[in-house]
Design a protein around this ligand. Structure first.
Ligand code: NAP
Length: 260
């Protein structure tokens, strides 16, 4: 049986997506940096679901890393009919005060590696009767977010790239879906370096990763172009189409201002 390849599958939303697909008896190829965490997930999912799980450790914020994933797939002749580009992170803070390498690594992971994974896996995905690509963006893709400016811009890229790719592949067996979660309880806020005040506030509005994953997987199998999990997130995104940009940007600026 063909595999689903998921990046960033050792924790957070990616792990929840892996669990959701495992419940449906889909074999999995899991990618992240931490070998230890990946092996724990492999044991859990194989034991609970009687499926095959293979893991590959790589830092996708490094140039050439997507190529190494594709080579691993090819070397092992893994058939792949699902690609979930989920690995990504945010860096919180003003552009001028953030070390440049943090911004460029994030851009490499969120945009370049995601694009490379699509490019490199498409020949394999096209071999199957029906295949799927799910790219994870964010509700931040729909508007500028001061102090998460670069992150929001990378997610805008993911959204537009994914919509374009979907149209390019419309007459092929590959269906392409962009999923844009809002705040979700994961390791995201810690990795972004947000203050405790912002973490507490984010927690109040957060969805559970398992709920996000359920909606995401359903949307992918229903061949949706865009999926925004959660009614509040859908309303927030809808407003960005009608409310003047300077207003949504100043609300976002206020939301992400730290008290400390
Ligand atoms: N949580 C939110 O509020 C939220 C909202 C909107 C969108 N999103 C998006 O959802 C996706 C998943 O985020 P999350 O919240 O689940 O974050 P998370 O809990 O921090 O999990 C991130 C996953 O990606 C892996 N990862 C991180 N950096 C990596 C790298 N350089 N190379 C390979 N794998 C890497 C991590 O494993 P290792 O550390 O072992 O590498 C982990 O498995 C991201 O694209 C994020 O932008 C999240």
């Amino acid at each position: 049986m063909a595999f689903a390849l998921i990046t960033g599958a050792s924790g957070g939303i990616g792990l929840s997506i892996a669990r959701e697909l495992a419940k449906q008896k889909i074999d999995l190829l899991l990618v992240a940096r931490s070998t230890e965490n990946l092996l724990k997930v492999k044991t859990e999912l194989e034991e609970n679901n009687k499926i095959k799980v293979e893991v590959f450790s790589v830092d996708l914020s490094l140039p050439g890393s997507a190529q190494s994933v594709a080579e691993w797939v090819e070397r092992n002749s893994f058939p792949v009919n699902m690609l979930v580009n989920n690995a990504g992170y945010g860096v919180w803070g003003s552009v001028d005060k953030t070390p440049l390498n943090q911004l460029t690594n994030m851009m490499q992971l969120n945009m370049a590696s995601l694009t490379e994974m699509c490019h490199l896996m498409l020949p394999e995905l096209k071999k199957h009767g029906q295949s799927y690509i799910m790219n994870i963006a964010s509700t931040a893709a729909y508007q500028a977010v001061p102090t998460l400016s670069t992150y929001a811009a990378t997610k805008s890229y993911v959204l537009l790239f994914t919509r374009g790719l979907r149209r390019e592949l419309i007459n092929t067996p590959v269906s392409v879906t962009c999923v844009s979660p809002g705040a979700t309880s994961t390791g995201f806020v810690d990795r972004a370096g947000m203050s405790d005040f912002l973490k507490d506030r984010a927690e109040k509005f957060s969805m559970k990763a398992d709920d996000v994953a359920k909606v995401a997987v359903r949307g992918m199998f229903n061949k949706k172009a865009e999926v925004i999990p959660g009614l509040m997130n859908q309303i927030t995104v809808l407003l960005t189409y009608f409310v003047p940009k300077r207003l949504t940007e100043s609300i976002a600026e206020g939301l992400y201002k730290s008290k400390s």
